[in-house]
Design a protein around this ligand. Structure first.
Ligand code: E9O
Length: 606
């Protein structure tokens, strides 16, 4: 089935289950007490003590309990609620939707198991029509497990330590080689929604244009009714609400004369034009209505250019994280809007969703504001050969299918990234990424596909030959030659040029950055001061300004803001490579970048 964004309409009602849920982390040996005791079979408070937990939020930073912050295993959540009686009328369909839960999730509805899902960051749902009790309390129980294995995305390993002279009984540690805290729990919203019996299950939209005429190629899938028995009305509305094209078919072509294209906000004023595809399907006397925002735009890659609407586009922006104090990776509108405002303040025209799909709340705003997105899946930290096995591959393809299904209609999304910094010089990585990338292209033939390579040389990479755009991270004068700012410009020139020469594809510098502790100053600059970040990035920019005349199509800073990581000797209360602090206040570099980005917009027109 489809996974359309939730929305209210004249035929659909969305009810949020966000708020305070009951919660218990199962810290029993083997984390099996909840399954042994069937905690889903009665209210959670009856099987032991519970605490209050907000949804959506990561659970890690909510309490004062260090063992909960670092908890690994099954965490149990529960919500009780009364559904409105009006939902029992007209044979409506009721669906329970999780916008995401990290990582492995099992859901029970009134004690009955209804759905399981693997993977964080992406939505899943289940119809619960026949299980709802009206006039009675209903109970949703969720068990969610954040354990990472060699076959999860992101992967990790669990090591057990059995020596009782050195470790307490049942002691184990979760390790992972990606650089952000493994926040867990129900991190996005939980919702119930209704549709009529026959409903719009999915919509596929592909757009292009010739001259001033726009084309919207659509395909509608219905659920709950045979499509031969459904009457469809498809209207494309402009911003003013006027119908500019329509159809009564389930699939076809809508032609828009004098079309307003969707442009990145830096390319045209008032640019991210969105039409509305209003889809109505009628079946047995009821009509389901769904309104899909549609941006008419094209994306294309040459050997040296990234083209949006046939115009060269230069990505100048950031990599982000879903990360903030207290809520961890929990969805939070004030934070999302602050970030959008900061991106625009900076003059950033793009970001990469490093290193996992972001919430639909932020993606919606990117569509509306004309911010360009490289949409990345959670394959990060794939550093060892045992990650590149069939079990991971099957899951990886499933994750790409779910990501494309969710984001395929978004004009802001211009490229899929299937991984960040995998060990792509291993022989096993070649066929592995060939499969993932060709599978992704089949899912979506209309967007370029990439992964972020980090082999030491272009020749040693086994997978970069399969991408459309070569994406590279580099840390000269940081991880390589720490302190040697004088090497940056020369080495960046050499590094990026050698990859372009080898693959003859456009290149994006998808990461470059310096750890910077806000308020640390030294001149001449030393590592971790604000001066060092400014000087290092300035030296990178000197190279970029030369290479963008040729094959370089983008520069994305690592990172937009400081973020939390696991504890380790190289991380001082998290990763400090942000140009903003974790609280979203600018470091010196933010002001410098702002000047650069505004200048780029002026000179490049994007
Ligand atoms: C991935 C990102 O998630 N790239 C990392 C970023 C970082 O700040 C991390 O936060 O560490 C950089 C990877 C650089 C690897 C170079 C190692 C070279 C050792 C000499």
């Amino acid at each position: 089935g489809g996974m359309l964004s939730l929305q209210d309409s004249e035929s659909r009602e969305v009810r949020s289950l966000d708020g305070v849920w009951a919660f218990r982390a199962d810290d029993s040996p083997g984390r099996s007490a909840g399954f042994d005791g069937q905690w889903w079979s009665r209210p959670l408070r009856e099987s032991g003590p519970v605490i209050d937990m907000p949804v959506p939020s990561s659970y890690n930073d909510i309490t004062q309990d260090r063992s909960l912050r670092d908890f690994v295993g099954w965490a149990w959540y529960e919500k009780e609620f009364y559904p409105p009686r009006s939902w029992s009328k007209n044979g409506q369909r009721m669906v329970l939707r999780f916008e995401s839960a990290h990582y492995e999730t099992i859901v029970w509805f009134n004690s009955q198991e209804v759905v399981r899902h693997s993977g964080g960051h992406l939505p899943f749902e289940v119809e619960v029509t026949s299980l709802l009790h009206f006039g009675q309390l209903n109970r949703i129980t969720v068990a969610v497990n954040n354990t990472l294995t060699p076959n999860t995305l992101p992967p990790g390993t669990i090591t057990h330590y059995d020596d009782l002279t050195m470790y307490p009984p049942n002691y184990f540690e979760q390790e992972y080689s990606f650089d952000f805290f493994n926040y867990a729990g129900i991190q996005r919203s939980v919702k119930l929604y209704t549709t009529p019996k026959g409903y719009v299950d999915d919509i596929d939209v592909v757009t292009n244009f010739t001259g001033t005429t726009g084309h919207v190629i659509f395909n509608i899938t219905v659920g709950g009714a045979p499509s031969s028995k459904v009457v469809a009305v498809v209207d494309l509305l402009d911003r003013a609400g006027l119908v500019v094209a329509s159809s009564t078919k389930m699939n076809g072509l809508l032609v828009v004369s004098e079309a307003n294209l969707w442009w990145p906000y830096t390319m045209h004023n008032d640019s991210a034009y969105l039409y509305t595809l209003k889809v109505s399907v009628s079946f047995e006397g009821t009509t389901d209505v769904y309104r899909l925002p549609v941006g008419i735009r094209t994306v294309r890659v040459t050997n040296k250019q990234f083209l949006i609407n046939n115009q060269p586009f230069y990505f100048h922006g950031v990599n982000k994280h879903e990360d903030a104090d207290i809520r961890g990776k929990g969805v939070d509108y004030p934070l999302i809007l602050k970030d959008i405002n900061l991106l625009k303040w900076l003059g950033a025209n793009a970001f990469r969703t490093s290193h996992y799909p972001y919430s639909e709340e932020i993606m919606d705003l990117c569509d509306r504001h004309g911010i360009v997105v490289i949409d990345e899946c959670p394959a990060v930290g794939m550093r060892s050969a045992n990650n590149f096995v069939n079990a991971t591959l099957v899951h990886h393809q499933q994750v790409m299918a779910e990501l494309v299904r969710r984001d395929k209609n978004r004009p802001s999304v211009v490229m899929w990234s299937v991984a960040n910094e995998p060990a792509s010089s291993l022989a096993v990585a070649g066929p592995y990424f060939e499969s993932v990338i060709s599978y992704t292209r089949k899912l979506d033939p209309h967007r370029p596909v990439t992964f972020v390579a980090n082999s030491p040389t272009p020749e040693s990479d086994r997978a970069a030959k399969f991408v459309d755009v070569v994406c590279l991270n580099s840390y000269i004068s940081w991880y390589h030659h720490p302190g040697h700012l004088e090497l940056v410009t020369l080495q960046v020139n050499h590094f990026l040029s050698s990859w372009h020469a080898y693959y003859n594809k456009p290149v994006i510098q998808t990461e470059y950055g310096a750890g910077t502790i806000a308020g640390f100053h030294m001149s001449p600059a030393v590592m971790f001061t604000e001066e060092y970040q400014v000087e290092m990035m300035g030296n990178y920019h000197t190279s970029f300004d030369k290479l963008r005349q040729d094959f370089l199509v983008g520069e994305l800073v690592w990172n937009f803001a400081d973020f939390n990581t696991k504890q380790g000797t190289t991380r001082v209360v998290g990763n400090k490579k942000g140009v903003f602090t974790r609280q979203r206040q600018p470091k010196m570099e933010a002001h410098v970048l702002k000047e650069r980005y505004l200048e780029l917009i002026k000179t490049l027109g994007c």
